[in-house]
Design a protein around this ligand. Structure first.
Ligand SMILES: C[S@@+](CC[C@H](N)C(=O)[O-])C[C@H]1O[C@@H](n2cnc3c(N)ncnc32)[C@H](O)[C@@H]1O
Length: 308
């Protein structure tokens, strides 16, 4: 077979065919087999994702053919996300190291970072921002890359995830502007206040987790699930965030499919569900003053959960 497949395009086409025939799930960096195979082939050849199309005709060496074919087979048999197999992925136009220490970056919050959070931050002066539940560090590091005058803290409860996040801080050369802190939500951030808090906490329900395809089993469960309805961590975060935002501070949180459960649980809280290019993605914005105004209802919902 290695004789039949010669060019970069050949291997991308072959990989995409193998992935489709195997019925793989494309829920991580990509949503289709061709993009998935393109990522695998180009990254394993140490080529950027935007090489001119003419390079697609370039032929692989014998050693390159063997290693690309091995990765294609591992993607099919092990069901590992392609980012883990090649050790890297792209988020908000930036390259990040990716492995099993943290979830593969894929948050729609990338679109907000790339657009400067318009219109959410239009008249705000941001000096300090926090990426809570940072995982690989992708959101916080991208915040710092796109906003060179911001000081950004990134926090996660997982020591393993933070070792990867620190590698990504060095990889993106944002040392000095991004600090990684191990913290159970805000526990290690006492006294810290931020103009912007962005969070992508775990929000998958236990039932959803049980039904997830094999690809997700390679990711840390700590980064995915959060109680029966996926909202345990989000409610704690909502109850505590007001104490860590400046007066005009803004909170942006991704809850995905748990959006409906959250809106039903806290019907009086004026969550603004952000529209993305593809529509709503379960990401809300909330002002600090709204958090304070509705603190009693939020604390009540969070406490009821702790007591249950
Ligand atoms: C959905 S992942 C998000 C990772 C990253 N922000 C991203 O967008 O790819 C959720 C992260 O929350 C972290 N986490 C879970 N429980 C936490 C807690 N109590 N306090 C802080 N972080 C927590 C997990 O370790 C995981 O890295």
């Amino acid at each position: 077979m290695t004789a039949e497949l010669a060019s970069i395009i050949d291997f991308i086409r072959y990989g995409a065919s193998r992935f489709s025939a195997a019925g793989l799930t494309f829920g991580h960096s990509h949503d289709n087999p061709i993009d998935e195979a393109t990522h695998l082939v180009l990254a394993s050849l140490h080529l950027p994702p935007d090489i001119p199309p003419a390079y697609g005709a370039g032929r692989l060496t014998v050693a390159e053919r063997a290693s690309v074919l091995e990765l294609i087979e591992r993607r099919v048999t092990e069901r590992q996300p392609v980012a883990y197999l090649v050790g890297e992925t792209w988020f908000a136009g930036l390259k990040f190291k990716s492995d099993r220490r943290a979830l593969v970056p894929r948050s729609p919050i990338a679109e907000l970072i790339e657009s400067g959070f318009a219109p959410w931050l239009d008249d705000r002066q941001i000096e300090r921002a926090l990426d809570l539940c940072t995982g690989s560090g992708c959101i916080g590091i991208a915040l710092a890359e796109y906003n060179p005058d911001w000081q950004v803290d990134i926090a996660d409860i997982s020591a393993e995830a933070l070792t990867l996040a620190r590698e990504n801080i060095a990889f993106q050369h944002v040392e000095g502007r991004v600090e990684a802190i191990q913290s159970d939500l805000f526990a290690a951030l006492q006294g810290c206040r931020y103009d912007l808090i962005v969070a992508n906490p775990p929000y998958v329900t236990e039932d959803e987790y049980a039904a997830l395809p094999g690809e997700y089993r390679h990711e840390p469960k700590l980064g995915l699930t959060s109680g029966a309805d996926g909202l345990d961590l989000c409610l704690r975060l909502l109850a505590e965030a007001g104490d860590h935002l400046t007066d005009d501070g803004l909170l942006i949180v991704e809850v995905g499919e748990s959006e409906h459960a959250l809106a039903a649980l806290l019907p009086t809280v004026p969550f603004v569900w952000i529209e993305f290019k593809v529509g709503a993605m379960g990401v809300f914005a909330l002002e600090r003053r709204e958090l304070i105004e509705h603190a009693a209802a939020i604390r009540h919902a969070a406490a009821a959960r702790r007591a249950a």
